[in-house]
Design a protein around this ligand. Structure first.
Ligand SMILES: Cc1cc2nc3c(=O)[nH]c(=O)nc-3n(C[C@H](O)[C@H](O)[C@H](O)COP(=O)(O)OP(=O)(O)OC[C@H]3O[C@@H](n4cnc5c(N)ncnc54)[C@H](O)[C@@H]3O)c2cc1C
Length: 343
């Protein structure tokens, strides 16, 4: 079976910032590279907050997260890697020659010499609103993320949830929505105290301890919600144009959790060179666990370079331990010319 599959040097699983940067770096080291992402788009966790400004990536002046995803994707494609979207990697088979076959949930198989796991905390799904039939409004006015603030302009919005993101969205929507009501089952909100105070001092209507208990629709979209007091059961009816639910995230590694990787605190134990306990398999980004791990986009980039350098020297022990820096790397000569730079 493996003979019929195209063999790649490196297969990166996960298309968040760690996976995208590893893909770029792999091309820089002249490796035949494939990136596989379970979702139909690249971005990883960054897709949760595309309208947020990012300030803490070195050398990048404040940038919208959606724009940073675009730039990471563009950089990842520099050396024309193969990018596979919409496939969750589930199975792993080690071959007699030391290569690996990866199996995906679509039945497709991928042949590779090395693997880099950039899978964050696994496949992320939003905790859904636990009301029967609620899913039918996901195509109209029931939202689990805020992709574009403008969608909510002049709308009456109910936000269900009390975490950091729920409070953040309430503050951001307050100036543009017709009204914002936040419904939370506890009196205390999560997140930064300053944001909670700002929300409480604004026109946002705060309903605690309440929960959204019923949705009333015109058949297509939600028109009203019933909210119920957690202790007394007393109910109120609220008119709405949009409902946003932020009840947290669920993460799941799926069958990958059974691969025999050494794990602690639900993340992979790695050496300082990002080696897992399985030779030929490396890891980068939020998935890795080492003492000084930095769980930031910037931290993912360093892990990515370390993991890729380890994969390179695993395949070719004579290869330099690190890539030539981009300012002196032959791989960029033609690309610099195309940019009108002769160096
Ligand atoms: C609300 C919020 C705000 C944040 N703000 C900032 C910030 O301002 N600055 C900052 O530096 N960091 C921020 N972070 C953290 C940052 O987003 C993460 O550190 C970063 O996304 C980790 O990148 P990653 O590539 O390791 O993992 P992820 O971004 O989680 O990507 C992992 C990818 O792997 C895919 N995947 C998982 N399993 C499989 C599989 N079996 N097969 C195929 N694909 C798979 C997933 O679908 C996902 O796309 C924020 C995080 C959140 C949640």
């Amino acid at each position: 079976m493996s003979e019929q599959l195209e063999l790649y040097d490196v297969t990166i699983i996960g298309g968040g910032p760690a996976g995208m940067y590893t893909t770029f770096y792999s091309g820089m080291r002249d490796l035949k590279t494939k990136l596989i992402e379970a979702k139909n788009e690249l971005g990883g966790r960054m897709l949760i907050y595309p309208e947020k400004m990012i300030w803490d990536v070195g050398g990048v002046t404040p940038i919208l997260c959606g724009k940073l995803i675009e730039q990471l994707e563009q950089q990842a494609k520099t050396f024309d890697p193969t990018i596979v979207l919409g496939q969750q990697i589930t199975g792993l088979e080690k071959q007699a020659d030391g290569t690996f076959i990866l199996m995906s949930d679509t039945g497709e198989r991928h042949h590779t010499r090395t693997i880099i796991l950039a899978i964050g905390y696994g496949i992320l799904t939003m905790q859904k609103l636990e009301i029967e039939g609620a899913d039918r409004y996901e195509v109209t006015n029931l939202h689990y993320t805020v992709q574009e603030l403008e969608v909510f302009r002049d709308k009456r919005v109910v936000i269900s949830g009390g975490g950091n993101s729920a409070v953040d969205w309430a503050n951001e929507l307050e100036p543009i929505a017709a009204s914002v009501t936040i419904v939370h089952r506890r009196d205390q909100f999560g997140g930064h105290e300053r944001n909670v105070v700002k929300m409480k001092e604004s026109s946002v209507q705060v309903k605690t301890p309440y929960a959204v208990s019923q949705l009333h629709s015109n058949g297509e979209s939600i028109q009203q919600v019933t909210i119920s007091h957690i202790e007394t059961g007393e109910t109120e009816l609220v008119d709405v144009d949009a409902v946003i639910v932020n009840h947290g995230l669920k993460c799941d590694y799926g069958p990958l959790a059974q691969w025999g990787l050494a794990m602690e605190d639900e993340t992979a134990l790695v050496s300082p060179k990002m080696e897992t306990n399985i030779p030929g398999i490396y890891a980068a980004g939020d998935f890795v666990n080492f003492e000084s791990k930095v769980r930031l986009i910037a931290g993912a980039f360093t892990d990515a370079a370390l993991a890729l350098n380890s994969a390179k020297t695993y395949m070719d022990p004579e290869a330099p331990a690190v890539a030539y820096v981009s300012s002196h790397n032959e791989r960029f000569k033609e690309k610099n010319k195309a940019l009108g730079v002769e160096s």
